[in-house]
Design a protein around this ligand. Structure first.
Ligand code: SAM
Ligand code: SF4
Ligand code: FES
Length: 350
């Protein structure tokens, strides 16, 4: 099959077999790339129009018990500055965000033992009480089924947990032995079963990654069928053993965004901060390749630089209002509009 035919198959049947995906991502030329982009963007336009959903990111803890080899927050990084926001600080980020038009708050942090189920459930239910028109997304890593259930019962709507890589051997090259791909995937199936709108995802260009591994990632997304998928380039961090590695390739990220849009037309797909970090127009390009979500930062400016996952992260010095204004302008310039909406996943758009 020619690449154009593989793209047509993705566009009409929303699937492709492993060998077709491998061929596409290893042999595409400029024409294929543009055709794929156009199919992906047309699909997103048909479903979401020119509307882009916004999520207010609240990075509430830089403390983590894990030691993922790629991440600046890993526990063994003694140079990392650690902080955790209080409940009141989190609520005031939400208040600020609500006034700016956010209707989804994403609480993201390291796996910080301070945030037990009791503490977290109290925070989530207070946010839902005060802002009943808002969705709460959690991104706190791996927890037990019971813990996910309690958080869901206290009002959390969505959960982001990137699988990072769907290849077992690759997973073990990026994580210490106490972490496993099996558990990561089990967590994702548990989240879906409980009823969360669930987000998986992976880094593009992480050390040791091969095109075959990316095909596994795509097939995993097809199988799990998450409501959201976060993909962005790997970006090195100076205090990790991957400090001298190159960051992920922008074209490859864009290509994969387009493929995911065609595999899962309704999926909520962010143009990530990491993409904006490696390319000044990365988020705009992400949207033009089929993404439909952006995630401006709502964290208090005094802590922004300390949530340092990778080097040169953008938006670390700007107030939330500046960030949202900047993104609104950026989207407008390419013909899109950010909207005040929860932006839930739905199977049926009219
Ligand atoms: N601790 C939670 C977890 O791991 O799911 C949530 C926070 S974690 C910092 C969020 C995401 O950041 C991870 O899923 C990972 O994909 C991404 N990340 C970490 N280090 C990165 C790096 N060096 N380059 C790009 N993305 C990175
Ligand atoms: Fe912790 Fe998440 Fe970073 Fe891993 S990626 S070290 S779990 S913050
Ligand atoms: Fe954050 Fe431009 S989007 S300052």
């Amino acid at each position: 099959m020619r690449n154009i035919e593989i793209i047509q198959k993705l566009n009409t049947m929303h699937t492709a077999c492993e060998s077709e995906l491998l061929q596409l991502i290893t042999t595409y030329n400029e024409k294929d790339f543009e055709y794929l982009r156009k199919c992906a963007r047309d699909t997103a336009d048909r479903i979401f129009g020119n509307k882009i959903y916004i999520r207010g990111l609240i990075e509430f803890s830089s403390i983590c018990k894990n030691d993922c080899y790629y991440c600046g927050l890993r526990r063994s990084n003694s140079n990392a500055v650690r902080y955790r926001l209080t409940k009141d600080e989190i609520l005031s980020c939400c208040q600020n965000g609500h006034e700016l038009g956010f209707r989804t708050f994403v609480l993201q942090g390291g796996e910080d033992g301070f945030f037990t189920d009791d503490v977290m459930c109290d925070i989530v239910s207070e946010i839902k009480n005060r802002f009943p028109d808002c969705a709460v997304t959690l991104s706190l890593g791996e927890r037990s089924y019971e813990s996910y259930q309690r958080l869901f019962d206290s009002g959390a709507d969505r959960y982001l947990l990137r699988h990072e890589t769907a290849d077992k051997k690759h997973y073990s090259m990026l994580h210490p032995p106490e972490m496993s791909l099996e558990n990561r995937m089990q967590c994702l199936y548990n989240l879906k079963r409980i009823g969360y709108q669930t987000g998986a995802g992976f880094m593009v260009g992480s050390p040791f990654q091969t095109p075959e591994m990316l095909v596994k990632d795509l097939k995993f997304i097809e199988k799990l069928s998450p409501e959201m998928c976060g993909i962005g380039p790997f970006v090195p961090h100076k205090d990790t053993k991957f400090k001298n590695e190159k960051h992920g390739d922008v074209s490859l990220v864009l290509m994969l965004l387009s493929i995911i849009r065609l595999l899962k037309p309704n999926i909520l797909l962010p143009a990530t901060t990491a993409l904006g970090t490696v390319d000044p127009l990365g988020r705009e390009k992400g949207i033009l390749h089929g993404a439909n979500v952006v995630m401006p930062n709502l964290s208090p400016v005094k802590h922004r630089k300390d949530y340092s996952l990778y080097d040169n992260k953008i938006c670390t010095g700007d107030e939330a209002a500046q960030c949202i204004g900047c993104l609104a302008d950026r989207m407008k310039k390419i013909g899109y509009e950010i909207v005040t909406d929860r932006g839930d996943y739905t199977e049926n758009y009219d």
